[in-house]
Design a binder for this molecule. Structure first.
Ligand SMILES: Nc1ncnc2c1ncn2[C@@H]1O[C@H](COP(=O)(O)OP(=O)(O)OP(=O)(O)O)[C@@H](O)[C@H]1O
Ligand SMILES: [Mg+2]
Length: 393
């Protein structure tokens, strides 16, 4: 059993430390949720105490609680709330084990731990009977974003989808597979020292050492600095890179160049989903159709999810015409919002961060929530049936 504390002030940490003085309870004080996975890996049971007082955004505490309760079945989440600062019913609905109010006292803390231990033991025993003690999902979902035409918004979508995923405390690796002219780093306003080229040239060791860490949850494998370096990168390197990243992340998201080549095909073969970005105009739809037919001949078409970008009422082609041309349902329609997107691109900050309340940000966030919220096996079955929740028809 391990006791974790998140967002505690030093004074409160010392109070709780004192309750366990001389006892063997392992206590860790955390400032980042990133550490939890490592700390929990070899533990049967954990209890995390989270104080509400340091959360500026009140919704944040519910998000953190939901994320932890859903991700770690062997971790009991206990919120410590200042009087009236939390909606207790709302908190309980996120899956927390308990909410403590008022001043912490030794009896209350120890009693909560005892009860949490009983609860988790029961929960994990029941679960392990049916599906083993598989508490931490280790395999990333792999999604490649592609198009047949340049400038349709692949990179804009990729950076925002990745950021929305990271906002939910899910670990994301973005690979810039537009190897000649990739601009993922620019969209994130970062200046990477190393790229996929150095990773290949220096012997393909730990890929993380070659990635740019944008924040605790989001890492980027940038495209080479110069277009000619892309020739050094071979199909098998792409395969190897994806395989190395897969166990380390919840999502591996791959941005591509607007044409088909073997390296991109390798990524498509390794992907769980292929997000095909297109416009509602006939030439782009026609090209997309040819692309889908090519994927069909490679038996990859079942992975395709069609995303219409820059949707507006002005184009004269509606969803059913587009679906007729493509022979596939439209999975998502992203509105044309030049102002929000242009500001975000020029600032180098994903719009889900710079304009979180904009409709486009909420749409991308809800797509990420939809994909992050369910285990990979369930998503595969229910992606299209859940379409209504994310498709902006
Ligand atoms: N939903 C949107 N609304 C308004 N503008 C958008 C939207 N999505 C993308 N854009 C704009 O479209 C332009 C092209 O986007 P982006 O670079 O993401 O396309 P791309 O498909 O990655 O291009 P390339 O194939 O050249 O890599 C950008 O300037 C961006 O600001
Ligand atoms: Mg691009």
């Amino acid at each position: 059993m391990i006791l974790l504390g998140y967002s505690f002030e030093t004074k409160k940490q010392m109070e709780v430390d004192a309750f366990f003085k001389g006892l063997e309870t392992e206590i860790h004080w955390l400032n980042s949720l990133n550490q939890i996975q490592d700390l929990m890996l070899d533990k049967d049971i954990g209890v995390i105490f989270i104080t509400s007082s340091n959360f500026e955004d009140k919704e944040g505490i519910y998000e953190v609680s939901r994320h932890l309760s859903q991700s770690f079945l062997n971790l009991a989440v206990v919120l410590i709330a200042d009087e009236n600062s939390l909606d207790i019913r709302k908190a309980m609905r996120t899956g927390v084990f308990d909410v403590l109010t008022g001043k912490l006292n030794e009896y209350q803390v120890k009693e909560t731990l005892k009860e949490a231990e009983k609860h988790i033991t029961f929960q994990t025993q029941t679960l392990s009977k049916s599906e083993g003690k598989n508490t931490v999902e280790k395999k990333a979902r792999i999604i490649t974003v592609c198009s047949t035409k340049g400038g349709v918004g692949k990179t804009t979508f990729t950076v925002n989808f990745a950021a929305a995923f990271a906002k939910q405390f899910k670990k994301v690796a973005v690979i810039d597979l537009d190897l000649q002219f990739g601009d993922i780093s620019m969209f994130f306003n970062c200046n990477p020292k190393k790229t996929i080229y150095e990773w290949v040239k220096e012997g393909r060791n730990d890929p993380k050492a070659y990635m740019h860490s944008y924040n605790d949850y989001l890492d980027i494998m940038p495209a080479p600095i110069r277009p000619e370096f892309s020739e050094a990168i071979l199909d098998e390197h792409i395969s190897h890179l994806i395989e190395r990243l897969e166990p380390m992340y919840d999502l591996v998201l791959i941005d591509t160049a607007p044409y088909m080549e073997d390296k991109i095909l390798t990524a498509l073969e390794k992907s769980d989903d292929i997000f095909l970005i297109t416009f509602l105009d006939l030439p782009t739809l026609k090209n997309s159709k040819i692309f889908i037919e090519t994927l069909n001949s490679l038996s990859l078409d079942t992975k395709v999810k069609v995303i219409i970008n820059r949707d507006s009422n002005k184009k004269g082609i509606n969803s059913s015409i587009a679906e007729g041309v493509l022979g596939l349902p439209i999975f998502l329609k992203i509105p044309d919002v030049e102002k929000v997107v242009a500001v975000s691109v020029n600032e180098g900050t994903p719009y889900v961060y710079s304009s979180p309340r904009a409709r486009i940000s909420k749409l991308i966030y809800s797509l990420a929530l939809d994909i992050a919220g369910r285990p990979k096996s369930q998503q595969k079955k229910s992606f299209f049936s859940k379409k209504g929740s994310v498709v902006g028809r």
